[in-house]
Design a protein. Structure first.
Length: 115
């Protein structure tokens, strides 16, 4: 089992920054892929950024150059630094862990970007 707890969401003006953090209940060395997803009202959940145990990173095109995913192996956390935020980034952001072909989800944290 893997428990995930997100934090760091909130309200920010367009152009601002937020940093999301995901606390993981076990060593992230044991997890194949950590990712951040988001779901906007009326839309499907989409992958925003992911980082593998080998350090490979990928981003959805719409956030490239603005968002950065990182992990702290000592703290068992995975962060998402979000800069130059846009109103279309407004969504609930979910942390995801993939381990042994199982996916685990946090409860999400709301990010609202005002124009």
């Amino acid at each position: 089992q893997v428990q995930l707890v997100e934090s760091g969401g909130g309200l920010v003006q367009a152009g601002g920054s937020l940093r999301l953090s995901c606390a993981v209940s076990r060593s992230i060395f044991s997890i194949n892929t950590m990712g951040w997803y988001r779901q906007a009202p009326g839309k499907q959940r989409e992958l925003v950024a992911a980082i593998t145990s080998g350090g490979n990173i990928n981003y959805v095109d719409s956030v490239k150059g603005r968002f950065t995913i990182s992990r702290d192996n000592a703290k068992n956390t995975v962060d998402l630094q979000m800069n130059s935020l846009k109103p279309e980034d407004t969504a609930v952001y979910f942390c995801n862990a993939e381990r042994l072909r199982m996916h685990y989800w946090g409860k999400g944290t709301l990010v609202t970007v005002s124009s």
